[in-house]
Design a protein around this ligand. Sequence first.
Ligand SMILES: *Cc1c(COP(=O)(O)O)cnc(C)c1O
Length: 394
Amino acid sequence: MSTKLNWIDEELQNLKDSGLYNKIRTLSSPQGAWLVVDGRRVLNFCSNNYLGLANHPRLVSAAQQAMEDYGVGPGAVRTIAGTMDPHLQLEQRMAEFKHVEAAITFQSGFTANLGTIPALVGKEDMIFSDELNHASIIDGCRLSGAVIKRYEHADPVSLEAVIRENEGQYRRGLIVTDGVFSMDGDFPPLDQLADVAENYDLMLMVDDAHGEGVLGEGGRGIVDHFKLHGRVDVEVGTFSKAFGVMGGVVAGKRRIIEWLRQRGRPFLFSSAVTVPDVAATIAAIDVLEESTELVDRLWKNAEVFKGEMQALGFDTGKSMTPITPVMLGDAKLAREFSRQLYEAGVFAMALGFPTVPRGMARIRVMISAAHSEEDLEQALAAFESVGKNLGVID
Ligand SMILES: *Cc1c(COP(=O)(O)O)cnc(C)c1O
């Protein structure tokens, strides 16, 4: 009997014992304020579907039409035969939407980071990375082979100190940060990071996956929020969150986008996004350009929910956006909290290590424009009752 895979059983058991085993739930409905999860109808506070676009009729019909016109599969990578008219239309529309020179799309935000960072820096170079950056930034940094120096979360003073310590030690330098940090819902003072980048002539990259469609005028993202147009070299975004579809984007200076068309490895070695996805994403831009109604409703819902949660006595951490962490600390408590919420008809995930640091487990509540006032009231009532039951609030 071979024993070479027994370590997996032991590791899985360890995860279960420490409350860190992922129980993956299954949906039998479209995304929306309400879901059917594991056969049960529940209120949804887990998705990144901030604007309710994932099941929006205009996006759905755009995808259907594209399927009629172009079929389903791309058939090739972008650089061989996988670039179809809609891919270029989307890139053009995205550049206009974000008021940047150019844009390139990838299969996902994850591959956008994996493609972009190694195209900008290599072994002789240095990356200055926020200590709480997303896993896909970390992986992109590692893949590049550059020396990685971490600075304290969202802190331009720490960033500058780390840069000074390492002056003269590298060929090129890149500062990289999340736009909105997905676990805490906060964002860095990007204007001050841009000042530092300019003072030391370093490239500046922001991954705005959770800010795209959320922050800035009508959802134009964190660079627009701070009015830093032209001062941030690379903006990574995703179409899988507020845009409700699938795909990644890099927006910024024309030279960088042109370089990524030549050297962004997932663009060259992994097939194009499907045209139905692309068409749905273009429809999402149409919806966002026509009205700020959805973005406004998202922020109003977030304000109401966060205010009421704080009034109940919950700790919502450092949230500055619709992402609302409910800080609980212990991973097992967070899991039990999530389980009891689910029993009460509210679907909100517990997050523990390695998604967040050990001892900082939480329920993360994702507010959406799709939620009605009654939905929010119902969720607040469930949080109050589970919070009292578990002794989290009085
Ligand atoms: C979600 C997320 C990604 C990944 O985006 P996908 O399009 O889902 O691959 C990348 N970066 C950050 C900061 C994210 O939050």
